[in-house]
Write a protein that binds this ligand. Structure first.
Ligand code: SAH
Length: 177
């Protein structure tokens, strides 16, 4: 086996990315404090070609050197918008027909393997702060909550890792069906 060179990966340009159809998923970042996590989420959102990221509350916005350390330019391809209040982001998405799903550890959550949204449903996925999780005032607006099972000693996944797990799950179970 041989590792592929970057040129052999045949990636699309930012301009081409902007013209292509997107996965009907909006990622809502509810008060994320780590700029490296924000950048990492942009990079993953670019790979899965999602529609948009809503950056809410204390979540920092591009351009920012610390975001770009992990985004590696994905802030240029993936659309984003800033909302001072996460509830305003969620209400707007609800008005526009998105199913509002928190990715969080909650009672009454669906475990990820049972999360099978109807194909091409418009989905808003809310991810929470590294310490406090998803804001309490968002919980009343939810259509569903999805929890990723864990089998080790730690309470939670890193938030950027959680985004990756969810998008891959959607790719397998939702996008392609
Ligand atoms: N409340 C957590 C900390 C939040 S982790 C704790 O007590 O440790 C940051 C975010 O990552 C969460 O708000 C959630 O969006 C996501 N997350 C982490 N682990 C998760 C899991 N097992 N299932 C679903 N989401 C998770």
């Amino acid at each position: 086996m041989r590792k592929l060179k970057n040129i052999e990966l045949n990636r699309i340009s930012v301009n081409e990315f902007k013209t292509l159809e997107k996965l009907p998923v909006v990622i809502v970042l509810d008060n994320l404090r780590s700029l490296n996590n924000i950048g990492s989420i942009f990079r993953t959102a670019d790979s899965f070609r999602i529609e948009k990221i809503h950056l809410c509350g204390i979540t920092a916005t591009p351009p920012h050197r610390e975001i770009n350390k992990t985004a590696l330019g994905a802030t240029e391809s993936v659309e984003w918008v800033y909302f001072p209040k996460v509830v305003d982001s969620v209400n707007l998405l609800k008005e526009n027909g998105y199913t509002i799903v928190a990715v969080e550890q909650m009672d009454d959550s669906i475990t990820l393997e049972n999360f099978k949204p109807a194909a091409y449903d418009k989905l808003a996925l809310i991810f929470g702060n590294e310490i406090n999780g998803v804001s309490d005032n968002v919980v009343d607006c939810l259509d569903a909550c999805v929890e990723i099972p864990q089998f080790g000693t730690k309470h939670s996944f890193n938030v950027a890792v959680s985004v990756g797990i969810l998008l891959w799950h959607l790719y397998l179970n939702h996008i392609t069906k």
